[in-house]
Design a binder for this molecule. Structure first.
Ligand code: HEM
Ligand code: HEM
Length: 170
């Protein structure tokens, strides 16, 4: 069975856990106690996703992914590739938009309270800040929908079609 490399598998699962955690912290932050370090941790996790995604993209461009099963209809292969491409875009746009948005705010920006992270030279009222805010509010919903589709497809391949698509990512 052709599998993803161990690096690709490790990055897939680490990033997936971080993203699900950050979607949760993001959506729940207003309901969570204010004295928690919820938002600083949210920002740190998001910045970690950004760095790991850059590494993952470099790895992906230099290491071939195993081909999808030959029997898979063309439209399904297209849907899988389109979803994966959108995931890579979201893994870059979501953290970047958060970083831009936070750069315009008064709070310090750091990585798990260990070291300061530089801010972009933007201010409240800049078009890019408004755009980032809009993206950061809307795109998580698109992501949740696509993750459900992605997980549903993986489980369908494993339990119904009984092929190797899930196993080669485990
Ligand atoms: C994987 C990366 C990320 C995901 C999935 C994510 C997701 C979310 C979600 C779902 C929300 C709630 C949006 C809403 O109010 O409806 C949120 C809010 C927020 N995020 Fe992120 N985020 C990520 C990265 C970041 C980063 C890197 C930063 C900053 C460096 C950041 C800063 C913020 C801030 C400040 C808010 C609060 C916005 C507000 O309520 O005014 N996020 N995020
Ligand atoms: C929740 C966040 C997740 C994200 C952002 C994500 C993202 C991705 C991306 C970008 C790929 C394409 C890899 C490539 O470059 O070829 C991929 C592949 C894959 N993912 Fe996920 N994933 C997530 C969760 C999951 C979960 C929970 C499962 C299993 C239930 C799963 C199963 C798979 C499988 C089986 C593949 C390989 C598909 C193929 O061979 O074409 N993923 N994922």
């Amino acid at each position: 069975m052709a599998r993803y490399t161990s690096v690709a598998r490790a990055l897939h699962w680490i990033i997936a856990v971080l993203i699900v955690g950050n979607l949760f912290f993001g959506f729940a932050h207003e309901a969570l106690p204010k004295d928690w370090a919820v938002m600083p941790v949210h920002k740190s996790i998001g910045l970690t996703v950004l760095v790991l995604t850059l590494l993952r993209i470099i790895w992906r461009l230099t290491h071939r992914a195993p081909a999808l099963p030959a029997a898979m209809p063309l439209w399904e292969k297209g849907a899988a590739h389109a979803t994966h491409f959108i995931f890579y875009a979201l893994m870059l746009i979501l953290p970047l938009s958060g970083w831009i948005m936070s750069s315009a705010g008064p709070r310090p920006l750091n990585w798990f309270f260990l070291f300061d992270v530089p801010k972009f030279g933007v201010a409240k009222g800049d078009a890019i800040v408004g755009l980032s805010r809009g993206a950061h509010e809307l795109l998580p919903w698109l992501w949740v929908a696509l993750i459900l589709l992605h997980v549903g497809a993986a489980l369908r391949h494993h339990f119904m079609l009984k092929d190797d698509v899930l196993r080669r990512m485990l």
